[in-house]
Design a protein around this ligand. Structure first.
Ligand SMILES: Cc1cc2nc3c(=O)[nH]c(=O)nc-3n(C[C@H](O)[C@H](O)[C@H](O)COP(=O)(O)OP(=O)(O)OC[C@H]3O[C@@H](n4cnc5c(N)ncnc54)[C@H](O)[C@@H]3O)c2cc1C
Length: 394
C-alpha cells in the first residue's frame, strides 16, 4: 500500500489498524458512496463498527472497551477516513463522548454509558451538542471574556435541571442516542457558568427539527435539536456545575486529532487513486504521470499528507503522555485540513474532466474534506489557537 507507515507500530495498534482497514475496504467505501448519492445514512454500518470494537476503543477494559491509546485511535481513524470521511466522523464522535464520561463521569455514569458507547450490548450513538444557531467557533476557543456564552440554559429545579435552547450541526442528531449538551447554569458567569448534561435524544422536551442538508459528508447525519423544558436529574450533570466548557474543550482536543487523522486517510485515498489514474491515463503518447506538472501535483500531495500524519502522531503522543495537547492538536488539525484540501484539489485536476464527474469518487472526497474543515472551528480557529499559544510563550 502506498504511504504505508505501519513500520514500528506496536502489535495492538497494528491489530486495530488491520480491523479498521478491512472494514474500510469491505463496508465504508461502498456504503459511504451509496449514502452520498441517496442521502440515506447507513446506521447499520455504525452498529457494525460497534460490534467490531471500532467505536470508542479508548474506553477502559473494565467498562467494556479495549483501553487503547490515542496513538491507536488515530491510526484507526486514518483507515476509517480512507474508507469514508462522514462515517469516520460519526464513529469518532463516540470517542469524544466516551473521553468526557471516562474522565469526568461519576461511577454511575461510567457504568451506565461507557460499555454501550463502545458497542457492548448494542451501540449507543453519542454526540457532543455544543454549537448553537448564534454561537459556533466562540464555544470552541479559549474564553476571552463574559461576551462568550452559551444561549441554551439549564435552570435548577427540585432534584435536577430544566434545559431550554437549540443546538445546530449535531452529529447523529435524530438517532436514538445520547447527547452531551452544553448549557448555561449561571447566566452571568460567561463560559465559566456553562455545564454539560447527559441527555437522551428521545427524552421528553427534546425535539429533532430535521437533518441539515450538506454538500459533502452525506453519509453523516447532522441536524438541529430543540430543547423545551427538558427535565434532567442532578445525576445527569457531567462533572461539576461550571465545568462544561473546560470539559468540552479538553474533549475537542481529542476530536481535532481524530478528525485530522481521518482527513489524512481521505487524502491518502485520493493520492492512491491519483497515482493509479496517472499511470494508466495517457496523453501525447505517454502516461500523464510522466508529465512533470502532474508528477509535481502528486509529489505535493504526498508531502502534505506525510507532514500531516507526523503532526497527528505527535499530537496523539502528547495526549498519551498526559501533556497539554492544545497546541499540537491544533497544529495537526490545521495541517491535515490544508493537506487534504490541497490533495483533493490536485486529485480532481489529475483526473481532468473525469475528476469532476460521479464516475470517480474524487469530487465527493473534495466535498467531504471541505465539510470536515468547518467542524471543530476550521482552519482559522486552529491557527488562532496556535497564535495564542505563541503569545503565551509556547
Ligand atoms: C460536518 C460538521 C459536523 C459538526 N458536528 C458538530 C457536533 O457534533 N457538535 C457540535 O456541537 N457542533 C458540530 N459542528 C458545528 C461546528 O463545530 C461549527 O460549525 C463550527 O464551530 C463553526 O461555527 P459556526 O458555523 O457558527 O461559524 P462562526 O463561529 O460563525 O464562524 C464563521 C467564520 O468566522 C471564523 N471566525 C469566528 N470567530 C473567529 C475569530 N475570533 N477569529 C478568526 N476567525 C473567526 C470561523 O473560523 C469561520 O470561518 C459540526 C459542523 C460540521 C460542518
Amino acid at each position: 500500500m502506498a504511504l504505508d507507515f505501519s513500520q514500528g507500530l506496536p502489535e495492538d495498534v497494528l491489530a486495530l489498524q488491520g480491523v479498521a482497514r478491512d472494514f474500510a475496504l469491505s463496508r465504508l467505501r461502498e456504503r459511504g458512496q451509496a449514502a452520498d448519492r441517496t442521502g440515506e445514512v447507513p446506521w447499520d454500518v455504525l452498529r457494525e463498527a460497534g460490534e467490531l470494537g471500532l467505536c470508542a476503543p479508548g474506553v477502559p477494559e473494565e467498562y467494556g472497551g479495549a483501553g487503547v491509546s490515542a496513538l491507536a485511535q488515530v491510526v484507526m481513524m486514518e483507515e476509517l477516513g480512507w474508507g469514508n470521511l462522514g462515517l469516520a466522523v460519526a464513529i469518532g464522535s463516540q470517542s469524544l463522548a466516551a473521553a468526557a464520561v471516562s474522565r469526568h463521569g461519576s461511577l454511575e455514569q461510567k457504568r451506565a454509558y461507557l460499555p454501550r458507547l463502545a458497542g457492548e450490548g448494542g451501540l449507543l450513538l453519542a454526540s457532543l451538542a455544543v454549537t448553537e444557531p448564534e454561537a459556533g467557533s466562540e464555544l470552541e476557543m479559549a474564553s476571552r471574556g463574559e461576551h462568550q456564552r452559551v444561549r441554551s440554559e439549564a435552570r435548577r429545579t427540585d432534584g435536577g435541571y430544566r434545559i431550554d435552547g437549540r443546538k445546530r450541526f449535531i452529529v447523529n442528531a435524530g438517532a436514538d442516542g445520547i447527547l452531551l449538551v452544553l448549557a448555561q447554569t449561571d447566566a452571568d458567569a460567561g463560559l465559566r457558568g456553562a455545564s454539560l448534561f447527559l441527555v437522551h435524544q428521545k427524552a421528553a422536551g427534546v425535539q429533532f427539527l430535521g437533518r441539515t442538508e450538506t454538500s459533502g459528508l452525506r453519509s453523516l447525519q447532522i441536524g438541529t435539536l430543540d430543547f423545551q423544558g427538558c427535565a434532567v436529574g442532578a445525576g445527569d450533570l457531567l462533572g461539576g456545575e461550571g465545568q462544561g466548557f473546560q470539559i468540552a474543550r479538553e474533549v475537542l482536543q481529542l476530536g481535532r486529532v481524530l478528525t485530522a487523522a481521518a482527513e489524512v486517510g481521505t487524502a491518502r485515498a485520493a493520492y492512491e487513486a491519483s497515482i493509479a489514474y496517472a499511470r494508466d491515463r495517457r496523453t501525447m503518447g505517454r502516461p500523464i504521470i510522466e508529465h512533470q506538472q502532474v508528477a509535481g501535483m502528486l509529489a505535493r500531495m504526498r508531502t502534505g499528507i506525510d507532514a500531516a500524519r507526523l503532526l497527528v502522531l505527535r499530537a496523539a503522543g502528547d495526549i498519551d503522555a498526559g501533556r497539554d495537547a492544545l497546541l499540537s492538536t491544533s497544529e495537526a488539525n490545521f495541517q491535515s485540513g490544508d493537506a487534504a484540501v490541497t490533495a483533493l484539489r490536485n486529485a480532481v485536476q489529475t483526473f481532468g474532466g473525469y475528476g469532476y464527474t460521479e464516475e470517480f469518487p474524487v469530487e465527493m472526497w473534495l466535498r467531504d474534506v471541505l465539510g470536515s474543515r468547518v467542524a471543530y472551528g476550521g482552519g482559522d480557529v486552529q491557527l488562532l489557537e496556535v497564535a495564542e499559544a505563541i503569545a503565551r510563550g509556547a
